[in-house]
Design a protein. Structure first.
Length: 368
């Protein structure tokens, strides 16, 4: 069995490690000079939308998947029918357009913040009138890790927001004064079997995930999140791992966005779950039985952004995952995972790690 993966970044690398443990080969397409997943298999160094490269991948692999959601859907059409491609293109299309994504939530009766499509400056003014301020203006496509966003806090910032983002289709979203953020990750195989991971509590800074911890001691919220993820998986006839990011507002959950792939907030599952999200993604697309998603105690993860300081390599607590990427401000270079028998012990370990790495990773939050 050989799996073709579009994208050879750190997610592709972790998929590759999981595939190796399952006795499965991987081959990748990625234009990067030194992609992290090159340690796991051959990389075809061509653009993601290169039809010849994708045709070669399809001809030499049994299944194709991808590590990020901005794969050009049109490029996949050329190889549809030659080889199974999971997750399905319909999920990719929804995740690539924030307006389509919000409408999907509406159709499935998944609660979400108010939103408006914005195509003109007048649309933006109308959105402010209906949704109020502050207001988050986002590009409908290609935004990630806080990119392509502008928070309009008062009417005097309308021109600045329009100048920054107005050359493309936009969406305006109501500001949500949430208590904290969570994500729910689920896997579904070809036969339709579903497995859901424990809820993760996440802390972001500057639009980038800094820490995750799981499980969350909030059974009612976890049940709601699982229900929403099941609705998505079944409606999309999904195959693979999917993540749903949500805002916690009291006893309620509001959907933020989906990621049709393995997710940063599930990295803790490598050490902290019976079966990692990476292994279950592979099991799902190969239509093998899904592994247990039960937590092994209490797990937490700290992202390493911009640099991996020497102190992080010397830590006795936790497991360091170094992606092998060159340092750059704002770049995810690795992560550290900790596991413990109790949430209190886990949080203490996370604080110890946060005190040893750069300021950009110090905000860790607290357990609910």
């Amino acid at each position: 069995m050989r799996i073709g993966i579009i994208g050879a970044g750190q997610l592709g690398q972790m998929l590759g490690f999981a595939a190796r443990d399952l006795g499965v080969e991987c081959r990748f397409v990625d234009p990067g000079d030194s992609p992290p997943a090159a340690v796991c298999g051959e990389v075809i160094r061509r653009p993601f939308d290169d039809e010849e490269a994708l045709a070669e991948l399809a001809a030499t692999c049994d299944i194709i998947t991808y590590e990020f959601e901005n794969v050009p859907v049109e490029a996949l059409h050329a190889i549809e029918g030659q080889v199974p491609i999971y997750p399905p293109a319909v999920a990719l299309r929804h995740s690539q357009d924030r307006l389509d994504e919000k409408r999907l939530f509406d159709r499935l009766e998944i609660p979400l913040p108010g939103y408006r499509a914005v195509d003109t400056r007048e649309d933006l003014l109308d959105a402010i009138a209906s949704l109020g301020l502050p207001l988050v203006v986002k590009t409908r496509r290609l935004g990630y890790d806080g990119k392509g966003q502008f928070v309009v806090r008062d009417a005097g910032q309308v021109d600045a927001a329009w100048e920054a983002l107005g050359d493309t289709a936009l969406i305006a979203e109501a500001w949500v004064p949430f208590d904290y953020e969570v994500s729910c990750i689920g896997a579904r195989n070809v036969d339709g079997d579903i497995a859901i991971y424990p809820l993760s509590r996440n802390v972001h800074a500057a639009g980038i995930l800094r820490t995750s911890r799981s499980p969350v001691d909030a059974p009612a919220l976890a049940a709601k999140a699982e229900d929403y993820v099941r609705r998505l998986l079944e409606h999309l006839d999904y195959v693979g791992v999917l993540a749903l990011e949500l805002f916690v507002c009291g006893d309620d959950l509001l959907a933020n966005e989906i990621a049709p792939r393995v997710h940063n907030s599930g990295h803790w599952s490598i050490e902290g779950s019976e079966t990692s999200q990476f292994e279950n993604h592979l099991r799902a697309i190969m239509n093998r039985p899904l592994g247990s998603t039960a937590a092994r105690g209490h797990a937490g993860m700290v992202n390493l952004i911009g640099e991996i300081p020497p102190a992080a390599r010397a830590l006795e607590a936790g497991v360091l995952h170094d992606y092998g990427k060159s340092p750059r401000p704002g770049r995810k270079l690795g992560h550290i995972t900790v596991t413990a028998e109790t949430a209190t012990e886990r949080d203490a370990l996370l604080e110890e790690i946060a005190a040893s790495v750069t300021d950009s990773t110090r905000e860790t939050g607290t357990s609910p």
